[in-house]
Design a protein around this ligand. Structure first.
Ligand SMILES: NC(=O)c1ccc[n+]([C@@H]2O[C@H](COP(=O)([O-])OP(=O)(O)OC[C@H]3O[C@@H](n4cnc5c(N)ncnc54)[C@H](O)[C@@H]3O)[C@@H](O)[C@H]2O)c1
Length: 326
């Protein structure tokens, strides 16, 4: 199958491209390299079924061109990260809503299947765990930039379903915190890469808040498995949680990474306000209900946090040479 991956040079996108190629698909990766890195696609560079196109999903004519002949689009290109969300809401809104609208509008006349990468952030600060796909969204006020990413992704989901109602095959995936090799961006919020980078340098591991907040971390291979499975047409018009349902507190994560790296780092706690400004709200706990994804796609995450962290730390230790953000 000929497939377009937007955001294909990103952390998850580059792993997805590799898996698609390994399974015999023809793949075009479109990426503006704003956070993605061409080096992530180096293993595929010479493959006859792989093409990299440097450009933006905001460029409609380019997007139209790269979609030609495709049977599916995995739409991962997005502007994300807490730092962007708090400091650059316009970039987040444009980078999510405008690009998704372009993808859907151009896919529609050709009936190209769209698999949209949404986020567990859309559940916001809902306190009823686990999050089922039909759980309510509980978001803070629009005066807090912090909620613009969740809102933009939720609006993207609405657009997906509006097109699905008109007959476009669309599946919406809500990813829960994903980590693994190539999750390099310590700048835009990934807690696992931040902690590993600090631990390997024996620098303080900084926990925001009191660290009792919990997350369910998903190793990237499990994310890619769920994403690939959603090519199945029986999940057209569905929203599905993609994640791992084992939870860990951020304090426990910090201790685990310190121990696994044999680091001399101290673990320090910093109030959210100091990091992201007064009034910043975090979501206290997040856990996916995977019942629907298991039932429809037979999706079961297989890589636990210890094995996933081991592989991620190994990748960091291998001293990969492309520039890392500090
Ligand atoms: N990593 C996670 O934990 C997580 C959790 C929930 C949802 N997601 C979603 O998964 C997707 C992939 O995230 P990721 O973690 O790999 O982040 P990433 O930043 O590594 O990937 C996004 C990619 O999109 C590219 N991009 C951004 N704007 C673009 C544009 N206008 N045109 C073309 N390319 C553009 C970036 O250069 C980057 O390569 C995103 O849609 C994100 O919202 C990720």
């Amino acid at each position: 199958m000929k497939i377009l991956v937007t955001g294909g040079a990103g952390f998850i996108g580059s792993h997805l491209c590799e898996r698609l190629i390994a399974e015999g698909h023809e793949v075009i990766a479109l990426d503006d390299l704003s956070t993605g890195k061409k080096a992530f696609l180096a293993p595929l560079a010479e493959h006859p079924n792989f093409t990299f196109v440097h450009g933006s999903g905001l460029d409609r004519s380019l997007l139209n061109e790269v979609m030609e002949g495709c049977e599916a689009v995995f739409h991962l290109a997005a502007v994300l990260g807490v730092k962007n969300t708090v400091e650059n809401p316009l970039k987040v809104i444009e980078g999510n809503i405008d690009v998704t609208r372009n993808v859907l509008e151009l896919a529609f006349p050709r009936k190209i299947k769209v698999i949209f990468s949404s986020t567990s952030e859309v559940y916001g600060k809902n306190e009823l765990l686990p999050f089922h796909e039909n759980s309510s969204r509980v978001l803070g006020p629009t005066t807090k930039n912090r909620w613009c990413y969740a809102t933009a992704k939720a609006l993207d989901e609405h657009m997906c379903f509006a097109y699905a109602d008109k007959g476009l095959p669309v599946t919406v995936l809500r990813y829960f915190n994903t980590y693994g090799p190539r999750a390099t961006s310590t700048q835009y919020g990934g807690v696992v890469p931040k902690f590993i980078a600090a631990a390997l340098k024996d620098k303080p591991i900084t926990v925001y808040g009191d660290g009792s907040q919990t997350r369910c971390f998903t190793f990237v291979d499990d994310n890619v498995t769920g994403t690939m499975l959603s090519l199945d047409r029986k999940v057209d018009h569905h929203v599905l949680n993609i994640g791992n349902d084992h939870s860990i507190s951020i304090n426990q994560l910090a201790v685990k990474i310190k121990e696994m790296t044999g680091s001399q780092s101290t673990i320090i706690h910093v109030p959210y306000e100091k990091a992201y400004g007064i009034g910043y709200e975090d979501t206290p706990n997040r856990m996916p209900d995977l019942t629907k994804t298991k039932k429809l796609l037979n999706y079961v995450p297989t890589i636990g946090i210890d094995e996933g962290l081991k592989r991620t730390i190994e990748w960091y230790r291998a001293g990969i040479t492309w520039p890392r953000e500090e």
